[in-house]
Design a protein around this ligand. Sequence first.
Ligand code: DQQ
Length: 534
Amino acid sequence: VHEKQPYRTWYHFQPPQNWMNDPNGPMYYKGVYHFFYQHNPYAPTFGRHMVWGHSVSYDLINWIHLNHILEPSESYDINGCYSGSITTLPGEKPVIMYTGSDTNKHQIQNLAMPKNLSDPFLREWVKDPQNPIMIPPSGIDVEGFRDPTTAWQGGDGKWRVIIGAKTGDDGKALLYHSDDFVNWKLHPNPLYASDNTGMFECPDFFPVHISGSKSGVDTSIQNSSVKHVLKMSYQNKQLEYYFLGEYFPDQEKFIPDADWARTGLDLILDHGMFYASKSFFDNAKKRRILWGWSKECDTTQDDYEKGWAGLQSIPRQVWLDKSGKWLMQWPIEEVEKLRDKQVSITGEKLIGGSTIEVSGITASQVDVEVLFELPELENAEWLDESEVDSHLLCSEEYASRSGIIGPFGLLALASEDQTEHTAIFFRIYRAPNRYLCLMCSDQSRSSLRQDLDKTPYGTIFDIDPNVKTISLRSLIDRSIIESFGEKGRICITSRVYPSLAIDKDAHLYVFNNGSQSVVISELNAWSMKEAEFS
Ligand code: DQQ
């Protein structure tokens, strides 16, 4: 059935059918990658009886779907088994901490353990008879206390965990301590709190190397070679905000970097449709991997017709940039195993107003990487950064309008006449003492269909005045386009539903609508094979 569907993906993670939202408890355990997810097995919409779906893989790309491992059954989770994480306790014992919605719809935390540790697929899990282990503390909304992180162990041997929370419209990352993982004590101060963000959903807290090394570290590592990342999904913005900073476990303080506070620039994991992300440390390849949910932008009616809703991003390796100022993200190397037929373009000049087709590939499922050589930046147009909203800029200055240096980039999932296309592009500006780059994923013309959310996404960032090139990679998969600018510094995920640019009728172009020429110094595109799901 699905094969005939134009929007069902070929290599992104999807359950066989129905609704999926947050990634839950990803882990590597004894040679197997486990992935759990928020799932409504009965309909392609969020439901009253959310379960934990479960799939396993040897490479994070090809998957075996297994039975659900947690479903509402007890007074402490009868209204839903919501998001949570896995911590591996000494003796290689994984334990799930998840949120249950109880008989009164209060949110409380529970534990579950594998039934049989010698089954590498960990097919069955048992809920702890001591559940619930945490109930909403006073001052916290009873329906705003959920999404435990992976726990970490301090030098004192105590376990720590963060629970996302809210009081009215204010978000809180509550910190708990435990000696035995069952009895938890609330720390008087939250690790972080913020006004008017709404609930801090799906917090994540982990260390990264300060050296710029791409390798990751275990969640409990705490020494002078790491910095910490605190990520929260702001419910009011539906975006993934994060802070880099220093964590002092003896005082239980997390101090965001002063540099960040001074510039006030928001750090956001992905500027598009990407939410409730969760990372884990992959002990096999010593890297940290991030998963994020990509929601549909079509209607519920469409989701019923498709029989499914919700995708996961291709897992991303995440590390701290050598500047120490932002995280870098890049699709895990395993996705490259799906690369099939390749086409390349090198040293081709794109004069203002020109478009080149990248032909010879299946443009509906592609991995494309392009490196653009820039003209002299001095010619760039002026921008008063304080007066712009990058989302607005992306919609007003859409790709077809001409600038000076840019817009240039890709037209993905385009129809032959280009009436349908999603433009992923850069445009460069001058501002007092600096140069700025706008990166957009503009889906406003992605489909002739009307009933879709086609809001363009974008962001503005500082670039080095001496920069000579800029890179873009997009993973295109029928209804999703994940784009990585500047080698993974800026990420934007779009969901699109073309009516013409489907299957063999989809095209891929490179364009430049700036008056200054840019050069495609190198472009490689690969048709992508289908991942295996069984
Ligand atoms: N979805 C879960 C919650 C979480 C929200 C329920 C974020 O636990 O806060 O499916 O998408």
